[in-house]
Design a protein around this ligand. Structure first.
Ligand code: SAM
Length: 282
């Protein structure tokens, strides 16, 4: 396979900088640079964009993003041990890579970025889901990012793109699909990583829509959906009892049978229900 850059192979980088994988930081590294370049390509045309990368580790995806022409990459990594390896990548791509040693859950990266901005990451599952929910639920829409290209456990990826009627359908699907277009773009077996995790993974690509698919107040929608799926086996008239007085009237206004379960309700109907509860025209 063609080399994507003149830097050493990632196995050598890991050996030189003694980056043995730490379980506590969810470190499962991608060592195949052709694969990381392929993931970077899923992020779209990066040549005019700043890319925010969370969790660069030894720099596999970072190198993919830079080799694919990202205008600039801002990489936030919690593990101090990775800084020297990432400094070598920064030297190979002068002026295009800035690395910050920080916890991505604590740092607001906006001050370091110039729009248009795309986000790419291969993160531990719990951090990834928490950041995804934050990125999907800002007060204002459109958000600061144009697209998200993120690695998840396959099971989480399935929940993001799930449609009504499936087991995976729930709050994450609604949050993701209300204001973004979400697709699984690459499936990866455990062996793609070093060390291999127990489960398969998938890369999800989300593109921010200019406006939500259907009008609704974000906080009301989020509250209703959380209540509906917290007790997903129950009929909505029961699971949503606490969501609003006269819930059956709101369900009727939104055209939802009160005996239906959350799993069967599409995004459009959930938005209509949220509008009715918020006193907006349905
Ligand atoms: N991007 C590299 C790759 O694809 O090989 C590393 C992926 S590894 C699954 C996850 C990376 O996220 C690790 O380098 C880990 O140290 C880093 N990380 C974990 N928690 C983090 C956090 N809260 N903030 C920033 N980085 C974090």
């Amino acid at each position: 396979m063609a080399r994507i850059d003149d830097l050493p192979p990632l196995r050598d980088v890991i050996a030189t900088h003694q980056l043995s994988a730490k379980k506590s930081l969810g470190q499962n590294f991608l060592l195949d640079l052709n694969l990381t370049a392929k993931i970077a390509r899923q992020a779209g045309d990066l040549t005019q964009c700043d890319v925010l990368e969370i969790g660069p580790g030894p720099g596999g995806l970072t190198r993919g993003l830079l080799a694919e022409g990202a205008r600039r990459v801002l990489a936030i990594e919690k593990d101090e041990r990775c800084m020297a390896a990432l400094a070598e990548v920064a030297t190979a791509y002068p002026g295009r890579l800035e690395v910050i040693n920080a916890d991505a859950l604590e740092l607001d990266p906006l001050a370091y970025l110039t729009p248009p901005i795309r986000i790419a990451a291969n993160l531990p599952y719990n951090v990834g889901t928490e950041l995804l929910v934050r990125w999907l639920t800002p007060k204002e829409w459109p958000p600061f990012w144009q697209s998200l290209t993120l690695m998840f456990q396959k099971e989480v990826a399935d929940r993001i793109v799930a449609k009504p009627g499936s087991k995976a359908y729930g709050r994450l699907a609604i949050l993701a699909q209300w204001r973004a277009e979400a697709r699984i773009v690459i499936d990866l077996p455990p062996q793609a990583f070093t060390p291999p995790p127990k489960v398969s993974s998938a890369v999800v690509h989300l593109t921010a829509l200019p406006q939500p698919r259907y009008p609704a107040d974000a906080a009301t929608l989020s509250r209703v959906v959380a209540a509906a799926f917290n007790q997903r086996r129950k009929m909505l008239r029961a699971s949503l009892k606490g969501a609003a007085p006269d819930i059956e009237d709101h369900l009727a206004a939104a055209g939802i049978p009160p005996t239906e379960r959350a799993e069967q309700i599409g995004l459009e109907q959930f938005c209509a229900l949220a509008r009715s509860i918020a006193g907006q025209p349905v």
